[in-house]
Design a protein around this ligand. Structure first.
Ligand code: C2E
Ligand code: MG
Ligand code: MG
Ligand code: MG
Length: 282
């Protein structure tokens, strides 16, 4: 049956299917050919130094535009791609594209750009991840120390022994590792000691108003992370007020709509033209 589901798969929908089930089936079906049809694109969101406001790096975020479904959000399609076994191939493309663009822009502006790539749980479990990263670096010539892989705690604690092993192998390639979405899962500080990560990304839920004594809590977290030698990045920063808090808490970097939304490559390139002084002088 799966084979018969092509571009005209809509006729296979059962009339009693719920709206959600139909949507899921549409996404699932379309996802199979998205990569070969060139429907993916990377967007780029700057990471800013909290004290100097200078660019410290960029996170690449996957975008999928389907001719009929329109723009599909990662929150919708990444879990499906994981489940259906497409994420490894898609992730490989993301790594290659991120390193290629990272190298190109670093050369263009004569300054090393730091690029972060999200890696999902299934990629972490795949036997190929380390080789994929190694190959993306080799083919592009992008500096390993300028590549950072973002992993979530839930992906890591799924199989701690294996995670620790893979993380050490990745570290040996010279890349950096970040713990993403910290604060949304178990968020046990003991993991910070076990996993050889360099960067802690605090989830935006820390900075929403509902969080009582949020500032003290964030300050303590940052303090602890620094004691462990980690760089702390705050995600989803939308207001000046929160920036003030981040400065008080000695958080290192911030990322969010206050500075820039994720941008398509031409817009990010323009952003860099303003950001890198003198880069265009020649
Ligand atoms: P994430 O890695 O935690 O990425 C941060 C998300 O927060 C992004 O959503 C970004 O657009 C959004 N964001 C940034 N600043 C703000 C802000 O100020 N306010 C708010 N409300 N949101 C902000 P996006 O791009 O929709 O990605 C969602 C998630 O999908 C990512 O969360 C990541 O887990 C996953 N993802 C994205 N790209 C990839 C990829 O290439 N591979 C894998 N495996 N997962 C990816
Ligand atoms: Mg991320
Ligand atoms: Mg995150
Ligand atoms: Mg998040």
């Amino acid at each position: 049956k799966a084979k018969a589901l092509g571009a005209s798969s809509y006729q296979f929908f059962e009339p009693e299917m719920s709206v959600e089930a139909r949507r899921r089936l549409q996404v699932e079906t379309a996802l199979r050919r998205a990569l070969e049809l060139g429907q993916f694109e990377l967007h780029y969101q700057p990471r800013i130094d909290v004290r100097t406001f200078r660019l410290r790096g960029v996170e690449v975020l996957l975008r999928w535009k389907h001719p009929e479904l329109g723009q599909v959000a990662p929150f919708e399609f990444v879990p499906i791609a994981e489940e259906r076994g497409h994420i490894e191939e898609i992730g490989r493309w993301v790594l290659r594209e991120a390193c290629r663009v990272g190298k190109e822009l670093s050369d263009k502006y004569g300054t090393q750009l730091h690029v972060s790539v999200n890696v999902s749980a299934r990629q972490l479990r795949s036997a190929e991840l380390v080789a994929d990263v190694e190959q993306a670096l080799r083919v592009s010539g992008f500096a390993p120390r300028a590549l950072e892989l973002e992993l979530t705690e839930s992906a890591l604690i799924d199989d701690i022994e294996q995670s620790v092993d893979v993380l050490h192998r990745l570290k040996r390639l010279g890349v950096k590792l970040a713990l993403d979405d910290f604060g949304t899962g178990y968020s046990s500080l003991s993991y910070l000691k076990r996993f050889p990560v360099d960067v802690l990304k605090l989830d935006r839920s820390f900075f929403l108003d509902e969080c009582p004594n949020g500032d003290d809590f964030v300050a303590a977290l940052v303090h602890m992370a620094h004691a462990l030698g980690l760089t702390v990045v705050a995600e989803g920063i939308e207001t000046e007020e929160v920036m003030e808090t981040l400065r008080d808490c000695r958080c290192d970097e911030a990322q969010g709509y206050l500075f820039a939304r994720p941008m398509a490559l031409p817009d990010f390139d323009k952003f860099l033209q303003c950001e890198v002084p003198g880069a265009l002088a020649a």
